[in-house]
Design a protein around this ligand. Sequence first.
Ligand code: UD1
Length: 431
Amino acid sequence: MDRIRIVGGKTLNGVIPISGAKNAALPLMIASLLTDRTVTLENLPRLADVSQLVRILSNHGVDYSIDGRRQGEGSEAGQTVHMTAREIVDTTAPYELVSRMRASFWVIAPLLARCGEARVSLPGGCAIGTRPVDLLLMALERLGGQIEIEGGYAVAKAPKGLRGAEITFPKVTVGGTHVALMAASLAEGTTVLHNAAREPEIIDLANLLNTMGAKISGAGQSTVEITGVARLNGAKHHVLPDRIEAGTYAMAVAMTGGDVLLEGARAHDFQAALDVLVQSGARVEASDAGVRVSRNGGPILPVDVSTAPFPAFPTDLQAQFMALMTRAKGVSRITETIFENRFMHVQELARFGAHIRLDGDSAVVEGVPVLKGAPVMATDLRASASLVIAALAAEGETMIQRVYHLDRGFEALERKLSLCGAEVERISAGG
Ligand code: UD1
């Protein structure tokens, strides 16, 4: 297995191009199952999760082709892929494929809506709490799907098709909202979602669906209305920039000091995180080119943070922010309200000499003046990014094991950081 070696202590300076968002790419790709026409996605990131989803979708009958790189195009430019599900050849998503990535469970919605049946393995993915799918299934049931759990699979049927309904989510769920948007687009009649997720990735999916001919209004707000259509067409869509990747690098710069333009990032997609960074002593400037983050000289100040659904501070940046707070001048409290077990990075951060105490759903971080490099292990996708941030500021060498977690969600991480002056290299399994 590959490892990443980082020698800390360098400031970051330069430009980091932000890739297409993983959490948008996955539902956008899954939406290609809704139509027999071609869906073209531009700016798709090169990530392990994207490749894994390609395997899953191919199994259902999606033909996939990828454009070659155009002359003069940098290696950071996203890919353009064409996906065509002319015919659904298999409505089962097997355990071997789904267990590695939770979002792949969402194929249940387009399969059920288009074919009237789906058999999808209950999901796996990052080990950050129980992460049930009850609300996703509730939404499909409200739309008329009959669902049974059999042998680890959700088996859904709608022989007469789905029909519009009022769906009230008792808890905000991104996956539940994606699933409801896709299924309701092909249901008969009107669906209204209450307490829907408002994440930018939800808006991105709704935009694609609308280009395909769906009738969705209000995406990005709590109440969303969808008028079903009989069939959807092909479309071309540009994947929005990854706010979590951008937020991760923003925190890295706040940690090491320096001055970096996060090229293509949209400040309003991660404003809550940027506001917290400003409180911690960083400078943030948004422009058409992206978001510029800098910290020169001043101390890192402690800030208390609580995660919550968009537009509040995202759980997917919690671990990275905790890494930053390990070197703050004082004590901060970080509260996780979305996933109950999302503190696995705490014990790894302690290997750098960080002082963190867990207190229920909160971590109390007492900043220390110096972190020291150490051998550490990536435990999940975003936790891995927190180890990179700590390592960039630590004295000496850090070796991060199990970097396949990082490859799931961060495109060309070593290259992007090296170009800004970090000492970071991948040591491949054979090397
Ligand atoms: C998505 C993101 C993930 C992010 C999370 C929260 C993708 C591919 N993944 O995950 O990176 O951390 O949103 O912003 O976009 N819940 C239930 N029952 C359900 C579904 C969810 O109780 O049926 C709970 C979850 O356990 C969690 C909360 O609702 O406590 C939010 O989860 P949800 O928004 O659904 O997360 P995902 O869509 O899986």
